[in-house]
Ligand binder design. Structure first.
Ligand code: ADP
Ligand code: MG
Ligand code: MG
Length: 897
């Protein structure tokens, strides 16, 4: 038979699945011999059984009763005993910490009789009454579901009647009056009296904690943090200790290192004469932990010893909660502490230096997401700066601009060169044009999966959402900060997408020290140095190569500095924009082959120059050049504008042959679904001259570099192939041109020709396609669009937010690869391709190439490299190493989350 209840002495820190994080760590501390008030844990399994069956498992009550009896024996007190009562706390605790999401009830076991016993035993009537009113309040709110305001309002009214400000100023009679009122509140709301029977109180608390797993806010939080819905929570029942018993008592929280900067040295807050929840709730002002050294030297010394011991034991920075009851120290919680990205890096490197962990472990401790956050520009640090409001850190970065309250205004002001921040209650698809032109987006509603958050992340815009303290008032062109200033349209604000903070005025922005260091600058910044050191280690560990998506010499150089071992995707389309547009127009409107050839002849030297510069920047490294991919009409003027232009010219009897032909071409090339239209290899087959001009430019540029003593390594990549026949046709022509050029120039060079795999049909026939390909590169953006059958540009703004909200998917498949669907196609294509051609070189060049979770997947299917935007290159090097380490460890603690 399953056991559902475990004494603290029976558990350990590895049992988080079963005992939850809090329970597992309370057990660990107990077994380390630390002073933990005794207690027991009801397992997550019991919770899951309850949630599935709608009632407690049969033997649960018996098991709880047995453990309670043992606890009573150990404490020498009985729960709710009228003369000397044992009180307990009932504390939720899931596998992953979900701060503020679930419930805890303190002082369980008090009733009309035991409150007298507690007063007698402690010799403190006020303390007893205060504990009872706290129980009624917490029990009423948490267990009985009564609005917390119903109690808070009574307390406020009483304080007003007595003319006092703090609840500590209320006397014992006042508290008794409050207790009576609270009982009335409970009766009015539930039709029943507060349960006097302690065992019944306990049972109801346990069930309430179980149920709190499924509250809407807990479910939403899990979705945002990607925590599975079916884990359930454990419940910890623990003997109460009291920090609210006068000047020799108190409660505190502490970290074994600074969780903000990562600097060594303990860090924390302490509050005299208080229960733990007062510290966290910020009811009174705390003092720095260091002051405890004066307040209670023995407890302070003991605490320091314990913290050192915990850090050694956990080999990580720990976060603890403690209470001192009349000079006796009690440990109430510990866990590996949350930290900022800076702190994560510094702590990992320090601990490696202290030989507490090795370098591999240090790498595992810092996620690629954290590294990425360190690479954004940020607000220059200033300890004096105060935010006026805080929302969710929905999309990182530091944005400064003038407040605009609707998208039309954003577009108008941005059009005249203003930097703007779009402030809305929430955004919807109509706001898209306003979001595009804004530096950042700030909303007062919605979480990390709201429209604003999803779209901003997709666009790489800074976003703070759900800043509830803001009352956004577009009618009056302003927003009001609760208990704070009024901010008018046009005022400058600054928002920090990495912390969620909102500041008035312009906060100076500085480049990331990590980026400057990686760019080769001499920076004096411990975090930047630590990152550089860990990256060197990452390069020793990783199996995957990392290339960059770059199509200018500047980006190529930057990628190189960031550690890319080549270019995995050099797009050529931008090379046809600007003043070259006109040449493309001539190509398109040409009536015969001679006309086309003339236009291509003019494009050739320009293209050659493009490639020469890139080969120079990437000398000795591979450069995969993708032949032109987008539909041609993208290079032509807008249909409506052109039509108007031509009509006006007609009116004035101006003959413009070129424009007239252009208009015909635009009409001819117009497509209903351009993403599925005449593009990629389809262009190469229907207008072969274009591809061949590009191939000639590549070969000529490469030959010239060789003759100049360089080491160019071009690779030609054909986009949008669906069937082997397409690639076979195009390849033959490309090979011919390349051979001719190399022959002309007298240069020997192997230029591999490969294909993108970005259409599902290509993925499932990859063995056939491999026959004609020297390499595959997965274009996971198109592959995702085509597999799901939706166009990214449309869906992200239209319904992704709703899909995420409703849990259709937990992350956008454009951000993180959909392993089950799109990933299966990648795996299939890789296997088929390599079966047909062992050693076939495989890479990925979609944006997923820079996404931490996706990189682990690509590593696991055996790709040779990932290619991503230059700024993502360090992140990809990092995650490629973590993927190896995680796979190696693949036991407890190897979680990549
Ligand atoms: P959370 O998960 O929200 O931190 P906890 O279960 O840790 O909730 O409880 C909140 C606070 O209640 C703790 O910080 C602690 O100070 C206090 N508390 C919990 N159990 C006890 C106990 N047995 N004795 C004294 N205080 C307790
Ligand atoms: Mg806690
Ligand atoms: Mg594509």
């Amino acid at each position: 038979m399953t056991t559902f209840v475990f004494d603290f002495a029976e558990g350990n820190k590895e049992l988080k699945d079963l005992l939850g994080g809090k329970g597992a760590n309370l057990a660990e501390m107990t077994n380390l011999g630390l002073p933990v008030p005794p207690g027991f844990t009801i397992s997550t399994e019991a919770c899951r059984a309850f949630l599935v069956e709608g009632k407690e498992p049969d033997q649960l009550a018996t098991e709880i009763a047995e453990h309670l009896r043992a606890l009573e024996d150990k404490m020498g007190r009985r729960l709710g005993d009228p003369t000397d009562p044992l009180l307990v706390s009932v504390r939720s605790g899931a596998k992953f910490s979900m701060p503020g999401m679930m419930e805890t009830v303190l002082d369980v076991g008090l009733n009309d009789e035991s409150v007298v016993g507690l007063a007698n035993q402690s010799g403190d009537e006020r303390f007893a009454a205060d504990s009872y009113r706290r129980l009624l309040q917490m029990f009423g709110g948490t267990v009985l579901g009564i609005e917390h305001d119903a109690f808070a309002d009574r307390l406020d009214a009483l304080k007003k009647r007595r003319g006092v400000i703090a609840d500590t100023e209320l006397g014992v009679e006042d508290l008794r009056e409050l207790i009576a009122e609270y009982k009335v509140v409970i009766r009015e709301h539930t039709g029943e009296d507060f349960p006097q029977e302690p065992a019944e109180q306990l049972r109801l608390c346990v069930l309430a904690v179980f149920k709190s797993w499924n509250t809407p806010r807990a479910a939403l939080y899990r979705r945002q943090e990607r925590i599975a819905d079916d884990l359930g929570t454990a419940v910890n029942i623990q003997a109460m200790v009291f920090g609210n018993r006068g000047a020799t008592s108190g409660s505190g929280v502490a970290f074994t290192r600074d969780p903000a900067s990562g600097a060594p040295g303990v860090y924390g807050d302490y509050l005299t004469n208080a229960q733990g929840e007062d510290v966290v709730a910020g009811i009174r002002n705390t003092v720095p932990l260091a002051d405890l050294e004066q307040i209670d030297p023995p407890s302070y010394r003991q605490l320091m010893d314990i913290m050192a011991k915990l850090e050694k034991h956990y080999r990580d920075m720990c976060d603890i909660e403690f209470t001192i009851e009349e000079g006796k120290l009690w440990m109430l919680q510990t866990r590996v502490g949350k930290r900022t990205p800076e702190a994560a890096v510094r702590i990992a490197v320090h601990m490696a230096e202290e030989l507490l962990i090795d370098r591999d472990e240090a790498m595992l401790r810092v996620t690629g997401h954290q590294l990425a956050a360190l690479m954004f520009p940020r607000f220059a640090p200033d300890p004096e700066r105060r935010s006026v409001a805080t929302g969710m850190n929905a999309s990182p970065g530091a944005a400064v601009g003038r407040v605009v309250l609707d998208s039309a205004t954003a577009v108008e002001w941005a059009g005249r060169g203003e930097k703007v921040i779009l402030v809305r209650k929430e955004t919807n698809p109509d706001d898209l044009h306003g979001m595009v032109v804004s530096q950042g987006i700030l909303t007062s509603r919605g979480g990390k999966t709201s429209h604003a958050a999803v779209v901003a992340r997709g666009m790489g815009r800074t976003c703070v959402c759900g800043a509830e303290a803001l009352d956004v008032d577009p009618e009056n062109r302003r927003f009001i900060v609760r208990n704070g200033p009024v901010v008018n349209e046009g005022d400058v604000i600054s928002i920090d997408g990495s912390t969620g903070e909102v500041f008035l005025g312009e906060v100076p922005v500085s480049d990331s020290a990590v980026v400057r260091k990686l760019e080769g600058e001499d920076v004096d910044d411990p975090v930047a140095h630590a990152v550089a050191r860990l990256l060197m280690h990452a390069d020793e560990v990783r199996r995957l190569d990392v290339r960059a998506n770059a199509d200018t010499p500047e980006d190529a150089q930057r990628s190189r500095r960031f550690g890319a071992s080549g270019i995995g995707l050099c797009r050529t389309e931008h090379m046809f924009l600007g003043d070259r547009r006109e040449l493309v127009e001539h190509l398109i409107v040409a009536e015969d082959e001679a006309g086309q050839a003339a236009a291509l002849d003019k494009l050739l030297p320009l293209q050659r120059q493009d490639f020469t510069e890139i080969f120079e920047a990437m000398d000795g490294l591979p450069v995969t050049i993708r032949l032109i991919d987008p539909p041609l009409h993208e290079f032509l003027p807008d249909l409506t504008e052109l039509a108007v232009h031509v009509a006006l010219a007609d009116e004035r009897h101006i003959e413009d042959e070129h424009d007239r032909k252009l208009l015909q071409a635009v009409k001819r090339l117009h497509e209903q679904n351009p993403m599925l239209g005449l593009r990629g290899v389809r262009l190469g087959i229907t207008i072969p001259g274009l591809f061949l001009m590009q191939a000639r430019a590549i070969a000529e540029a490469a030959a010239a570099r060789v003759l100049a003593g360089g080491d160019p390594r071009p690779e030609i990549m054909v986009p949008l192939v669906s069937t082997e026949r397409e690639l076979a046709l195009v390849r033959a022509q490309l090979e011919e041109v390349v051979a001719a050029v190399l022959d002309e120039q007298g240069v020997e060079l192997h230029i591999p020709i490969g294909t993108m795999i970005e259409i599902p049909r290509a993925a499932v026939t990859a063995d056939k396609i491999a026959h004609w390909a020297d390499f595959f590169s997965f274009g996971t953006n198109d592959l995702t669009q085509m597999t799901w059958g939706f166009s990214r540009d449309d869906v992200e703004s239209e319904f992704f937010a709703a899909y995420l909200e409703k849990g259709v998917f937990t992350a956008s498949p454009f951000e993180s690869i959909d392993v089950e669907g799109v990933g299966a196609l990648v795996r299939t294509a890789a296997e088929l391709g390599r079966k047909a051609k062992p050693g076939l070189h495989l890479g990925v060049c979609g944006e997923h190439g820079g996404d931490p979770e996706s990189i682990h997947f690509f590593d696991s299917v055996g790709l040779d490299y990932v290619s991503c935007s230059p700024f993502r290159v360090p992140v990809a090097r990092w995650e490629a190493a973590r993927s190896v380490l995680a796979a190696r460890a693949s036991g407890p603690g190897s979680d990549v989350r």
